[in-house]
Design a protein around this ligand. Structure first.
Ligand SMILES: NC(=O)c1ccc[n+]([C@@H]2O[C@H](COP(=O)([O-])OP(=O)(O)OC[C@H]3O[C@@H](n4cnc5c(N)ncnc54)[C@H](OP(=O)(O)O)[C@@H]3O)[C@@H](O)[C@H]2O)c1
Length: 345
């Protein structure tokens, strides 16, 4: 799979609209918010009047430093206004940690926006929770969290947002935003012909494309979940908008493991990001857009603060079959981790 490199490069250098949405009254949760795009998105949400912004961070110290940083740039008086920015610990390399985090979130009075931003890019094979670590973090835990949080998003819709999203075409409905990547354009997806895709990626096959493959698997799963949410909505489940956003190539700590990469690739990426990489703040604008994109974005892939389309392979007949297969396999895995969780779809 590939994509027009020209297109990727030209869109990268154009500025994106500065976010002006209003999140007054809303509670926003964003994972991986201690640095990079997540931190800048959290800063925007606070500036744009969100009542509560929860930073889901793996490292408590880094998370608390990010909280203080956001409060100082947004002039939040943490003493007179405690709870406007909160830091909650979560490690996506641990299923128990994700479950505990979501149990805590289930007690919130409201949860309007979830941005699942935490993610890793690496080429070294290590295992977390019995699966390859990048697959665990970028796919399994990301979706465990998404499905565990759907009930509180739906309850928020019931309590605070009346009317249907389609009829109002608005941005008020709770949004579940999954962070994807255009890296999915650049993989051969060697698991596509395997009897079990998730078993294949339990092993160390093609670590070079592993990050791209995890983002592709997550995108397939998102599309299937979004379609099934629509069916269940017809049977009376309240609406939640689910979309997948790609922030563009941004200069962050995402490439922190690059010392271990093949030198030619390392050089290509370093030069490419140096030339056209967005700032984390610019990339974060795409998250804000996605978090208020409304019903028209449900089940879609978003980039550059616009509705977009994934690689054509995703929408091909083969892609449609793979989507169902991946859905079935991940449902089985998620049910073992948290029985009944896929009923939340
Ligand atoms: N930067 C890009 O060019 C680009 C392009 C497309 C998509 N993305 C996606 O954007 C998202 C954010 O990436 P970024 O560029 O901002 O990278 P980053 O600077 O490395 O930030 C990643 C964040 O995820 C957190 N994280 C990693 N593993 C975690 C775990 N096991 N549990 C909880 N949190 C964990 C990190 O926490 P620690 O700091 O504690 O490790 C950090 O807060 C990722 O999903 C990435 O795939 C990035």
């Amino acid at each position: 799979m590939n994509r027009s490199v020209y297109r990727s490069f030209t869109t990268q250098v154009l500025p994106l609209p500065y976010p002006k949405e209003d999140f007054t009254g809303k509670t926003v949760l964003i994972t991986g918010a201690n640095t990079g795009i997540g931190l800048e998105a959290a800063r925007h949400f606070v500036r744009l009047n969100a009542s509560k912004v929860i930073l889901g961070c793996r490292d408590v110290e880094k998370g608390n430093a990010a909280k203080r940083d956001i409060e100082s740039t947004n002039h939040v008086d943490a003493t007179s206004n405690p709870g406007r920015v909160e830091m909650w610990q979560v490690d996506l390399a641990s299923f128990d940690s994700v479950k505990n985090f979501c149990q805590r979130a289930a007690k919130l009075d409201r949860l309007d926006i979830v941005v699942e931003n935490a993610g890793i890019l690496g080429m070294t094979y290590t295992v977390a929770e019995g699966y390859e670590r990048i697959t665990t973090v970028n796919v399994i835990s990301t979706w465990l969290m998404a499905l565990l949080l759907l009930p509180v998003l739906r309850a928020t819709k019931e309590k605070f947002h009346t009317g249907s999203a389609e009829s109002r075409g608005d941005s008020n409905v709770p949004h579940l935003v999954i962070v994807g990547s255009n890296a999915h354009f650049y993989t051969v997806f060697d698991g596509r012909d395997k009897p079990s895709i998730m078993e294949h990626y339990r092993g160390d096959s093609d670590m070079f494309h592993r990050y791209a493959n995890t983002k592709l698997i997550s995108l397939f799963f998102a599309r299937e979940v979004a379609a099934r949410m629509l069916e269940r909505k017809g049977r009376g489940k309240p609406e939640v908008v689910l979309n997948v956003v790609e922030p563009g190539s941004c200069k962050t700590q995402l490439l922190r493991e690059k010392e271990a990469w093949p030198w030619a690739y390392k050089a290509f990426v370093t030069v490419g990001f140096g030339l056209v990489g967005r700032t984390a703040e610019m990339g974060a604008r795409t998250y804000i857009w996605a978090a208020a994109a409304g019903w028209k974005s449900h089940g879609l892939y978003l980039e550059d603060c616009k509705l977009s389309t994934p690689h054509e392979f995703v929408e091909s007949a083969e892609g449609a079959k793979l989507q169902k297969k991946i859905y079935g396999e991940l449902v089985e895995i998620l049910e073992k981790i948290s029985p009944g969780v896929t009923e939340n779809i």
